[in-house]
Design a protein around this ligand. Structure first.
Ligand code: HEM
Ligand SMILES: [Ca+2]
Ligand SMILES: [Ca+2]
Length: 297
């Protein structure tokens, strides 16, 4: 239902306007890329790709107020707001916040060194954003392969799509509390490389400041490449949900394929992120075109 040239007559320069705003922001703030990419996942998995995650509620009960979303960096929200402003100045009331987030996500992937691809458009902005909706709809870093497959397949995403999309963890970081259960339970998680486990313990000692973060990809945290998969092969996946993709026999061969061939990863990632962008979209007369991405009209 989405189409690539949706705004061809109503706002022909929308992709250029968004690209300029995103590039500006990206040059100023290095974390813009990872923040925007994660924001897109958290939007699409809750109520579909409809910018529901962008809503700010005076009562503190919107999606962004949910515990799982508190670690979403402000830079992601900011990127969409800046791009929306640039678009509104030229084509007011025409382009949805959901589409702007989708375009911005495509753009940051390219800026980070990832694949370039065309983005499908025509999403409308949602009219629901409830904090209580969030937890059950997002994957947890403690999930095993079956749980990961289950939550992705609810949205029509295959195991291969799930593994490719997890490759987004080639950029960005995680707070210590998302993985320290692997270090300080009765024993250290045996799927962790011992040297890497030592590094994690010194980076995240017991009772560490909750603001401390470590890179998801220790080698190239600011580059969108396939080193994430090479790390998994070497026992250097940061989250349990990352490492399990190599540990479990049912997904290992895909991890090895992506580790050995970056172009296979890029190809699968493009297929999967396009599918992600179609999840639960509102089109036609559904929803609305928000004027301000953080408020319903
Ligand atoms: C497979 C299941 C997934 C789980 C369990 C998961 C979980 C997490 C967790 C716990 C963090 C650390 C958050 C923090 O402490 O600030 C994180 C970061 C991140 N995730 Fe995922 N994630 C998953 C899949 C994805 C997907 C599909 C994408 C995008 C396509 C994505 C993009 C990101 C990015 C870019 C970051 C870094 C954020 C930053 O640096 O601020 N993740 N993820
Ligand atoms: Ca949403
Ligand atoms: Ca990387």
């Amino acid at each position: 239902q989405l189409v690539e040239n949706f705004y061809v007559s109503s706002c022909p320069n929308v992709e250029l306007l968004v690209a300029q705003a995103v590039t500006n922001k990206f040059t100023q703030t290095i974390t813009t890329g990872q923040a925007t990419l994660r924001l897109f996942l958290h939007d699409c998995f809750v109520e579909g790709c409809d910018a529901s995650v962008m809503i700010a509620s005076p009562n503190g009960d919107a999606e962004k107020d949910a515990k799982e979303n508190l670690s979403l960096p402000g830079d992601g929200f900011d990127t969409v707001i800046k791009a929306k402003q640039a678009v509104e100045a030229v084509c007011p009331g025409v382009v949805s916040c959901a589409d702007i987030l989708a375009i911005a996500t495509r753009d940051v992937i390219g800026l980070l060194g990832g694949p370039s691809f065309s983005v499908e458009l025509g999403r409308r902005d949602g009219l629901n954003s409830k904090a209580s909706n969030v937890e059950a709809n997002l994957p947890k870093p403690t999930f095993n392969l079956n749980q990961l497959n289950a939550i992705f397949s609810k949205h029509g995403l295959s195991q291969k799509d799930m593994i490719a999309l997890s490759g987004a963890h080639t950029v960005g970081f995680s707070h210590c509390d998302q993985f320290t259960n692997r270090l300080y339970s009765s024993r250290v998680d045996p799927t962790l490389d011992p040297t890497y486990a030592q590094q994690l313990m010194s980076g995240c000692p017991r009772n560490v400041d909750p603001n401390i973060v470590l890179a998801l990809d220790t080698q190239t945290e600011h580059t969108f490449d396939n080193l994430y998969y090479k790390n998994l092969v070497n026992g250097k996946g940061l989250l349990s949900s990352d490492q399990v993709l190599f540990t479990d026999d049912a997904s290992r061969s895909t991890v090895v394929e992506f580790a050995n061939d970056g172009s296979k990863f890029f190809e699968a990632f493009v297929v999967a992120i396009k599918k992600l962008g179609r999840v639960g979209v509102k089109t036609g007369k559904e929803g609305e075109i928000r004027r301000d991405c953080s408020k319903f009209n």
